[in-house]
Design a protein around this ligand. Structure first.
Ligand code: FE2
Length: 264
């Protein structure tokens, strides 16, 4: 099966640009059209947070309008730029979302179980793992130990080396890492937030951050680096799963490319 992963789409109200520069809505429309045109088509789409930029309902409704163009079901998790209650209201028809508290969920998506942990902290940009989150995740993973599972979070649980991103990372992840290590059905931990593709061996599985469809954060691996981003490359991730080969994750670049060139 194929599962696409969008992240950090940062949609503004209609008529507004992301950072007053980037038409993030147009970029998301291009991603939606690309996913719909894939052969074979993904069966599900995951969205690992930051649907809007300031958390307002007009951003979320604009994002929702574009995402409703997907030809397959969507499972979305909020990020630090989303307001939890506005998000819950905007996705009130997503019956898997809880009516109160963090927007954790678990959904059977064909052969794969999707488990999402909402570690956002209302009003803050960093993430944090609390005891209640671990209790929910432990019970959820324990309930289906044989089921191949993808775990979703907005913030990666690791240090990126880009100092201005790491100031807003997910904190208190030691218990989470220990818990995930006890559950080898977790094929990968899929994240966003950092607007770059990163990989880390973590908790006995692979932690992965997807690209943003809006911008890419600059690769500035020194402590005093000033925050910076560029208009690309942007894209999404495509995860292929079968029980014999396991999970293989691809990164799809949405920028204009010359080609195709002859293979030989
Ligand atoms: Fe974020």
């Amino acid at each position: 099966m194929l599962i696409a992963q969008l992240s950090d789409i940062h949609i503004r109200p209609k008529g507004r640009l992301y950072k007053d520069l980037i038409d993030s809505a147009q970029r998301l429309r291009r991603a939606v059209a690309h996913i719909n045109a894939l052969q074979p088509r993904p069966e599900w789409v995951l969205l690992t947070g930051d649907l809007g930029d300031e958390g307002h309902m007009d951003e979320l409704l604009h994002a929702r309008e574009i995402l409703d163009g997907l030809a397959m079901p969507l499972l979305a998790l909020p990020g630090n730029h989303d307001d939890r209650e506005q998000f819950r209201h905007c996705f009130a028809d997503h019956a898997h979302l809880p009516r109160q508290g963090p927007l954790h969920f678990a959904v059977d998506a064909g052969a794969m179980r999707i488990v999402a942990l909402d570690a956002t902290v209302p009003g803050q940009h960093h993430g944090q793992i609390r005891g209640e989150d671990l209790a929910w995740l432990g019970a959820t993973l324990q309930a289906r130990p044989q089921q191949p599972t993808l775990l979703l979070m907005h913030h990666p649980p690791f240090v990126s080396g880009i100092g201005y991103l790491d100031a807003y990372r997910c904190f208190d992840t030691e218990g989470l890492e220990y818990l995930v290590r006890q559950h080898p059905q977790v094929q990968a931990l899929l994240c966003g937030h950092v607007h770059r593709v990163m990989l880390r061996r973590w908790g006995g599985t692979l932690a992965f951050s997807a690209p943003s469809t809006a911008t890419e954060i600059d690769l500035r691996l020194y402590p005093q680096a000033r925050p910076a981003s560029h208009a690309g490359p942007t894209g999404y991730a495509l995860h292929r799963w079968d029980s014999a080969q396991g999970l293989v994750s691809h990164v799809v670049n949405l920028d204009e490319q010359d080609g195709p060139y002859p293979f030989f």
